[in-house]
Design a binder for this molecule. Sequence first.
Ligand code: ATP
Ligand code: LTN
Length: 339
Amino acid sequence: MEPKSESKAREKKLIFSGIAPSGTPALGNYIGALRNWAALQDEYDCIYCVVDMHAITLRRDPAELRKKSRDMLTLCIALGIDPERSLLFYQSHVSGHAELAWILNCFTYMGELGRMTQFKDKSSKHEDNINAGLFTYPVLMAADILLYNVDLVPIGDDQRQHMEICRDIAIRFNNIYGDVFTVPEAYYGKVGARIMSLQEPDRKMDKSETANPNNTIFLLDDADTVISKFKRALTDSGSEVRFAEDKPGVSNLMTIYSALTGRTMPEIEAEFDGAGYGKFKLAVGEAVVETLRPIWKRFGELTADKAYVDGVIRASAEKASAMAEITLNKVKDKVGFPA
Ligand code: ATP
Ligand code: LTN
């Protein structure tokens, strides 16, 4: 993918998305975001980023962060992100992200950041470390996106507020300085924009889950672990497989099953009519294992091929830096930094 110069228009629309290496990716990340990342490559030019700078808003062990970042990036390739067509790199390798974030901080209000539910949620969970980075997290995310003037941002439902603030910042900046940033749209996949925890279906499945690993299916869990987590998944009273508000556990499992098999809710209800929860939960677990099996294999092969993955990281970061520089130079000029 080449940097877009003023003279050469891009044929395809451009996409950016990021994922934090804050844990082993979870089934929620896969269904809500990562599998869309792979699918969108046919239609769009795509830039995908392991956002390690976002990850340090919580304290991390350095060696572990490095490993998680590498695994995340490798897993992205295993999931179908094709480095021949798309860029895939670490956020910290392209300094433009941090530079633009600082500038955008000066165009973002405390009040709008204070309304972010993710900030409220994460600061209540980590009362001992409510740092400024956690507060300005959405500004760095806006910088990630606006740096590349992308059209579309594939994300899960939990990122709606962050996308809105990104658009507001872009519009605000453009109103002052003219047409600098493309105002991006969010892209939500059709099914499964919010996969819930298996044991507590009233909250979303998180990859950073540590309290109870049975809440989350991690993409690198083995087959037995996946099946056993589904067998234990919390279902609701009764025995009917029915998609309904008063059945959050069963409905969540149906969403997963539907996302992976392409079957509709009425089809799933018919398939498991009278079957009972045990059989249904096993079928969902098996559908997940079948989806993950080729990914596990590819991940193993890629982990063994260090030189190839290193090459992808280096080449992508170089191309991304060149693209970022074009926007950054324009922004610096607009705000009045000397050439
Ligand atoms: P953390 O646990 O560190 O907060 P996370 O699991 O929420 O992480 P992110 O890195 O914040 O994951 O998100 C990566 C992508 O996955 C985002 O597009 C996000 O919307 C999507 N996503 C995260 N959790 C879910 C979920 N439970 N269902 C659907 N999509 C999700
Ligand atoms: N905050 C996002 C991760 C993220 C992101 C981005 C997603 C950081 N920068 C830019 C899309 C575009 C999240 O999913 N938690």
